[in-house]
Design a protein around this ligand. Structure first.
Ligand code: DSN
Length: 426
């Protein structure tokens, strides 16, 4: 068969890009080699609509075992009663929860996207804002932390069926207990989307959402360091409180409704090769090595945040509890877009991000979002963080100077050689 050199050469090029650069995108990570290789396996050939032991196709006895292993390991990590490992992404996981618990036109309440929320938490350009009536809470102007009073007041005002907590650009921990009280006061269900900090929650380094939130979703590829994908979890199953019935007219447990919402609700055949890689990643998360990794992420993020503060950068909320820092660049008079474009020329990969009370659009933005989980995977420690902050500052101080960017790039590339990435791949 003709070997597709074009695509395989691009794999090599991407590997070189990942190796030489400083990867600071808060939603990315580097999987282990076994997780990556686990994704490219014969299970991609198998159709397995349904769930382990209840499939619509023959020949599922082997993929049943990998999927069950992924479920069992995930349940062990977070001490769960229920897990669905089939969502293709975090967005799919959130869509399935919405389908399971809401009817079109129902109200939902989530963190505003411009304050750190996520598209699937009610943005008007997303299904969540088109099918449901979305309302938002925010963070306080002074401290940049979730405004729980505002959340409670909004919940009382709009009586949402579903409150969503969790964020994609928020560096502080969440008071899930308090939000549950607000949810209970108005009879709402509470969902946490822990896509970003899940790896830290897995090791009990942050507050545990599971005892307070009815349903929890996540991606598997950020701090969990698995393949790209989504998951839905519950510590305790419960009867659907809104009396929604299945297609036979029966009131069913939430686990059943969630399974039905993923398949056949919004997805077809599960990606069994990816689910196999999820099982491998979940096995890694159960190890003591991952505990050390997760603790190091927090130490690195805090040290990075301090190094940036000492250079006059304005960190939203003044610091971090998790893997990321959100930098407000307004005092430096640079837009997020300009910063992102300049930094990537120095092989420092970040993403522009709106900051709370931003006066610029989502396309320009006033901030950048930086996460240290990927560099921590490469072996960086707290004492490497000042180098990172210095490199970023060197670029941003001379944001139009191409020669300067090239000099920083050379320094970055040299520095990254100390932290080999996939040396087995040659
Ligand atoms: N795009 C992801 C992130 O960067 O946080 C969330 O979907």
């Amino acid at each position: 068969m003709h070997k597709d050199h074009l695509v395989f050469d691009l794999f090599k090029e991407e590997l070189q890009r990942q190796r030489r650069g400083m990867e600071l995108i808060a939603s990315e990570n580097f999987t282990s080699l076994q997780v990556m290789q686990g994704m490219g396996n014969v299970m991609t050939n198998k159709y397995a609509e349904g769930y382990p032991g209840k499939r619509y196709y023959a020949g599922c006895e082997v993929v049943d075992q990998t999927e069950q292993l992924a479920i069992d390991r995930l349940c062990k990590i977070f001490n769960l009663a229920y897990a669905n490992v089939q969502p293709h992404s975090g967005a799919q996981a959130n869509a399935a929860v919405a389908l399971a618990v809401l009817k079109p036109g129902d109200s939902i309440l989530g963190l505003d996207l411009s304050m750190g929320g996520h598209l699937t938490h009610g943005s008007p350009v997303n299904y969540s804002g088109k099918l449901y009536v979305a309302h938002f809470y925010g963070v306080t102007r002074e401290e940049g932390r979730v405004d729980y009073d505002m959340l409670e007041a909004k919940a009382k005002e709009v009586k949402p069926k579903l409150i969503i907590c969790g964020a994609s650009a928020y560096s502080r921990d969440w008071d899930y207990e308090r939000i549950r009280k607000s949810a209970d006061a108005v009879g709402a269900l509470l969902m946490a989307d822990i896509a970003h900090p899940a790896g830290l929650i897995a090791k009990r380094l942050l507050n545990d959402p599971f005892d307070h939130c009815h349903i929890v979703t996540s991606t598997t590829h950020k701090t969990l360091r698995g393949p790209r994908g989504g998951i839905i979890m519950m510590r305790k199953d419960f009867e659907n409180p809104f009396g929604l019935k299945d297609n036979k007219g029966n009131i069913r447990m939430m686990s059943h409704l969630l399974d039905m919402a993923v398949f056949p609700g919004i997805q077809g055949g599960p990606l069994e090769h990816i689910i196999a890689a999820k099982a491998i990643a979940f096995g890694e998360i159960l190890s003591d090595e991952f505990t050390i990794y997760a603790k190091q992420i927090i130490q690195n993020a805090q040290s990075f945040s301090k190094a940036l503060l000492s250079k006059g950068y304005n960190i939203v909320s003044g610091g971090t509890d998790n893997h990321l820092v959100l930098v407000d660049l307004r005092n430096k008079n640079i837009s997020g877009k300009k910063a992102e474009q300049a930094l990537v020329k120095a092989d420092i990969t970040v993403n522009k991000n709106m900051v709370p009370y931003d006066d610029k659009s989502a396309f320009i933005t006033s901030g950048i979002r930086l996460g240290v989980q990927a560099l921590t995977t490469r072996g960086m420690m707290e004492n490497d963080m000042p180098f990172l902050a210095q490199a970023i500052d060197d670029v941003l101080k001379n944001v139009d100077d191409e020669n300067n960017m090239l000099q920083v790039k050379n320094r970055v590339n040299e520095f990254m050689k100390q932290y080999p990435l996939y040396p087995e791949l040659g």
